[in-house]
Ligand binder design. Structure first.
Ligand code: HEM
Length: 326
């Protein structure tokens, strides 16, 4: 994996290099930049819902939770939305372990090459003709007086495309699924739409879209009788921390009135999710508009949910629902 552009990615690096990369990326995630996306996210959501209104049913994952984040990130980066099928496919591959991908490591590397080729062309186009999108800003940006290398630019594009897609899709689907499982909550949210933000925050804890992140131990440490050695690769289980009974009362209960919402879903420390405000905004807008336009959401079929095969995420594959117009 040494040649992978992702060795230059934000989440794969330590300070001081990470700090410089992060300060560049932060410019696209200022509160104003996020706030400016609001009307546009509302427009996308309404357009998608217009297409299913008269059907009285939809697959939340396919019809809403997947296209919204892809359109948002495509617009931010400045890549054409017509390539959305590719983005979707790449995102699903990249959130898997290479061993979980069709064709194993080779299959994974092929997808990585295909994606790199796509972005190398995008980067070259913006180097010649910069516009007002994130790729154009990054090609013109400088770290320590020098421009970013193609590998660094690729790492940015790939990380942003991947990090923001499946995660936000999961948050939207997991939220509606959890509200349907709890009809009283659904009813409460119709009466008190202001509580949607609080309810999404509880979904982030209860059904975290991401279940673990990875670290390398910097020193030997004893933890609950286990020795973790310096250099060991460690998976820190967010899903478990979010149900820690020493932190949360009745952790296995979904409770939107919880006052302690100190979940670790967006990570912790210098790598804390840079896209957290954007993910929250997208989920809030989508759920609010869903509830404004429709009511009485129910699963279309009884029976177990189809899940995506990945240990990294709580990720629903299909969520067919029926609903009434309001
Ligand atoms: C519900 C949705 C999301 C969840 C649950 C989530 C979760 C996370 C987590 C846990 C981390 C920390 C990883 C670590 O410490 O190793 C992280 C980092 C990151 N996230 Fe998100 N994320 C979400 C949405 C987004 C969005 C919408 C974007 C961008 C469009 C994004 C971009 C990133 C980036 C670039 C990093 C790396 C930050 C760094 O290393 O400094 N994420 N995310």
């Amino acid at each position: 994996m040494e040649e992978s552009p992702l060795t230059e990615a934000l989440d794969a690096n330590d300070p001081p290099y990470h700090t410089k990369l992060r300060s560049l990326a932060s410019k696209a995630f200022t509160p104003k930049a996020i706030e400016d996306m609001k009307p546009w996210i509302e427009e996308i959501t309404n357009e998608l819902l217009d297409q299913v209104t008269d059907q009285g049913e939809m697959d939340i994952v396919r019809d809403l939770a997947t296209p919204v984040p892809i359109q948002v990130i495509a617009k931010m980066l400045g890549v054409p939305y017509k390539d959305r099928e590719k983005f979707k496919y790449w995102s699903t591959v990249f959130v898997k372990q290479p061993s979980e991908v069709e064709g194993g490591i080779e299959g994974y590397l092929l997808v990585q090459q295909e994606m790199s080729q796509y972005f190398i062309e995008m980067i070259a186009t913006r180097q010649e003709n910069p516009t007002n999108d994130l790729i154009s800003h990054l090609v013109q940006a400088e770290i320590d007086g020098g421009k970013l290398s193609t590998k660094e630019l690729l790492a940015f594009c790939i990380t942003l495309l991947i990090a923001g897609n499946e995660t936000t899709t999961n948050l939207i689907s997991n939220s509606l699924f959890t509200f349907m499982e709890n009809p009283k909550v659904q009813e409460h949210l119709y009466q008190h739409p202001k509580d949607i933000a609080k309810a999404i925050e509880e979904v982030l804890r209860y059904r975290s879209p991401i279940l673990y992140t990875t670290r390398i131990a910097t020193k030997d440490i004893q933890l609950r009788g286990q020795l973790i050695k310096k250099g060991d690769l460690v998976n820190t289980w967010i899903g478990s921390a979010n149900r820690d009974e020493s932190v949360f009362e009745n952790p296995d209960q979904f409770d939107i009135h919880r006052t302690n919402l100190r979940h670790t879903t967006f990570g912790h420390g210098v790598h804390f999710c840079i896209g957290a405000p954007l993910a929250r905004l997208e989920a809030n807008i989508v759920l609010r508009i869903l509830f404004e336009r429709f009511k009485e959401f129910q699963l279309k079929f009884d029976g177990p949910l189809t899940m995506n095969q990945t240990a990294l995420m709580f990720s629903i594959k299909e969520l067919p629902v029926i609903f009434q117009k309001r």
